[in-house]
Design a protein around this ligand. Sequence first.
Ligand SMILES: Nc1ncnc2c1ncn2[C@@H]1O[C@H](COP(=O)(O)OP(=O)(O)OP(=O)(O)O)[C@@H](O)[C@H]1O
Length: 208
Amino acid sequence: MSILLSAEQLSCVRQDRVLFDQLSFDLPAGQVLHIQGKNGAGKSSLLRILAGLADAETGQVRFRGLPITSSAAGFSQHLLFIGHQAGIHSQLNALQNLEFWAALLGCSQYEPYQLLGQLGLAGLEDIPCYMLSAGQQRRVSLARLWLTERPLWILDEPFTSLDKQLISRLEQQLQLHCSRGGAVVLTSHQALSADYQALAQLELQYRW
Ligand SMILES: Nc1ncnc2c1ncn2[C@@H]1O[C@H](COP(=O)(O)OP(=O)(O)OP(=O)(O)O)[C@@H](O)[C@H]1O
């Protein structure tokens, strides 16, 4: 399998605390990398570095062999990053958020009502997102995963606020993405339950 993403000797310091040091790994196409660790261990910091949103103290990140800093704009075309925040426009409704992302992600072949139905949002299409529950807002946010062909997904706590049914549906989508040659880096405090063709675990130890 070809390597999509490589972390090489990454070190990260926040508030004079070394979160991780000399961290290296490869993420092949088809793999899910599940990053775990206690609160404050540095999981989100690592994801932001992998996504090119923050700098490491040392080391570098490569996408398909090239440093992501060599073409940040090019790299971002291959990446879907969903952080802690839902990242939705709260004044817009679910349908309008979908339209925005579909345009941004260059997706023209999708059935918005069908997708929202799949995500358990049927009947809620016209309500401004700020009126939705936390789990419903998370569902709207995750709709992006059904709208993109970008190969690399970096997802910070994607299962937060989701009920069991949606967790299962999301895991199916991750499996499908990997079977198509994509790869996923995610953080989660809970174990993954689907049967992934390639699943790697990385535990970040909390350092004082
Ligand atoms: N931008 C920043 N400036 C200063 N300190 C930061 C910054 N971002 C994170 N930190 C610190 O780095 C440490 C790790 O934070 P991070 O969010 O990466 O942890 P985490 O493992 O994702 O935690 P959680 O499981 O609670 O989400 C924390 O102590 C935090 O206060």
